[in-house]
Design a protein around this ligand. Structure first.
Ligand code: SAH
Length: 235
């Protein structure tokens, strides 16, 4: 089966639960194989998480699509993303909002992600290597915040503070990996409203910037940032 056929199969699967056509369209337009190491190119359109180096993973497409849909993002929104990882979720968001500010604690992952996004001609993003738990005070408040690593039982207060009124945050939360849920937090003029959405399994949200060389980027060494996709340059 070709990657094109696998991509069509994936989109058909996502259509069963994702009703927001702008989200489906963004998934169709972003070539996921450009965000996974070369060794996993033939699995890029399977509905699974894949290793991206530094012990991290690119999320499962259904989870990316669901979180994006629940974020209710539009082209007027300024979005903060915590956990750039491969840059795939960043690319999806960039198709749907005004600007994405994305933070990653592993500098090598961030550098690779920025190259990929630039190769795809995606320009409405600003990235930095930092501890996303501290938010991005210079750019706050944000209309939308999406966290793609799991917080414990409480969302970081700093991120709650950096939401605009009527803003939405989507964040995986839970005590351990077996009891994580995506939570939607909406800021109202009086406080915050919380809704528990779907069960998920995410890598943990960790404090501080990762020490360079602490974990090898291993899986990325073969990734030359080149890809041959018929979808690569559509926008
Ligand atoms: N959205 C990513 C998923 C990456 S996995 C994608 O589409 O590929 C989660 C990422 O969150 C990892 O890269 C991890 O390093 C990062 N992360 C964890 N804690 C963080 C923190 N405090 N600040 C910034 N990034 C963090």
């Amino acid at each position: 089966m070709t990657n094109m056929a696998r991509k069509i199969r994936l989109i058909l699967k996502l259509r069963k639960s994702i009703t927001d056509t702008s989200v489906l369209s963004a998934i169709e337009r972003v070539p996921r194989e450009a965000f996974v190491p070369q060794t996993f190119h033939d699995q890029a359109y399977e509905d699974t998480a894949l290793p991206i180096g530094c012990g991290q993973t690119i999320s499962q497409p259904l989870v990316v699509a669901s979180m994006t849909q629940e974020l209710r993002v539009n082209d007027r929104h300024k979005v903060l993303e915590i956990g750039t990882g491969s840059g795939y979720q960043t690319a999806i968001l960039a198709k749907l909002c005004r600007r994405v500010y994305s933070i990653e604690r592993h500098r090598p992952l961030l550098e690779i992600a920025e190259k990929r996004l630039s190769n795809l001609g995606i320009r409405n993003i600003t990235c930095k290597a930092a501890d996303g738990m501290k938010g991005w005070i210079e750019q706050a408040p944000f209309d939308r915040i999406i966290v793609t690593a799991a917080a414990g039982e409480m969302p970081p207060q700093v991120l709650l503070d950096q939401m605009s009124v009527d803003g939405i945050m989507i964040i995986p939360m839970g005590r351990d990996k077996s009891s994580q849920f995506i939570v939607r937090i909406t800021r109202t003029k009086d406080g915050y409203r919380t809704e528990q959405l779907m069960p998920v399994r995410f890598v943990p949200l960790l404090p501080d910037i990762a020490r360079i060389g602490s974990i090898p980027v291993r899986e990325e060494t073969e990734d030359p940032f080149v890809f041959q996709s018929p979808f690569a340059f559509q926008s």
